[in-house]
Design a protein around this ligand. Sequence first.
Ligand SMILES: NC(=O)c1ccc[n+]([C@@H]2O[C@H](COP(=O)([O-])OP(=O)(O)OC[C@H]3O[C@@H](n4cnc5c(N)ncnc54)[C@H](OP(=O)(O)O)[C@@H]3O)[C@@H](O)[C@H]2O)c1
Length: 236
Amino acid sequence: MNGKVVLVTGAAKRIGRGIALRLAKEGARVAIHYSSSEGEARATAKECGDAPLFRADLEKVGEIERLFAEVQQHFGKLDGLVNNAARYTRIDPLEITEFDWDFIHSVNLKATFFCCQQAARRMLAGAGGKIVNISSLGGIRAWPDHAHYCASKAGVIHLTKALAQAWAPKITVNSVAPGVIPFGEPDERVKRLIAKTPAGRAGTADEIADAVVFFLTASNFITGQVLAVDGGLSQK
Ligand SMILES: NC(=O)c1ccc[n+]([C@@H]2O[C@H](COP(=O)([O-])OP(=O)(O)OC[C@H]3O[C@@H](n4cnc5c(N)ncnc54)[C@H](OP(=O)(O)O)[C@@H]3O)[C@@H](O)[C@H]2O)c1
């Protein structure tokens, strides 16, 4: 990935941090995006060889436009985008309000689309590029207690397939669908999911990063694909 400029959204902590650290280790020049986790973002950026930090609330398209303009101004180009930032809530579908619905979709699906659009405008005008959208096992398998989240991530998967066609051959658009990737002590529900996972364990941020690096370094003959990194749970 030597010298490739890659923007990772939501890179301050957890999976995003793991992806950013791994890309930096592979030789990429990483742009660290965060929203509220400034302290953690600074720590991640430092570990990525003093990578530059970019703050933006991705709920607002104006902020997304400013974010990409700032990244362009800093690096002069954009080779890759990892759409990792997202929200997650579990609410009975009968109780979901308009606010609950928009809270999830404004980041998980709307921001993912507009980040793809901003990246693609620059990549198509330049040497092309690679986009990786982080979806979820919840976009493949449906769970009734977070239908709104599952719908948003199924949307990310379908968006990936549509944009892959729209922007081929200069840009590839692929998706990594994580299974259970806990941080800290898992709750009872997560423990039950881990017990059901054919691999017999939860996954790690570095295993998600493996799949991201694969798509970022693959040829343009691999596009519109979804790779579940879930220990086989999507097959159950
Ligand atoms: N962890 C899992 O088990 C799992 C399973 C399946 C899929 N995934 C997917 O994998 C990705 C990473 O998961 P994670 O658990 O590491 O995510 P996370 O910690 O829940 O969220 C990642 C980051 O998203 C950013 N974000 C949220 N709302 C934002 C907004 N309005 N504007 C800008 N940034 C915003 C936050 O940045 P700040 O903290 O800076 O505000 C947050 O740190 C997500 O797409 C998630 O859906 C995770």
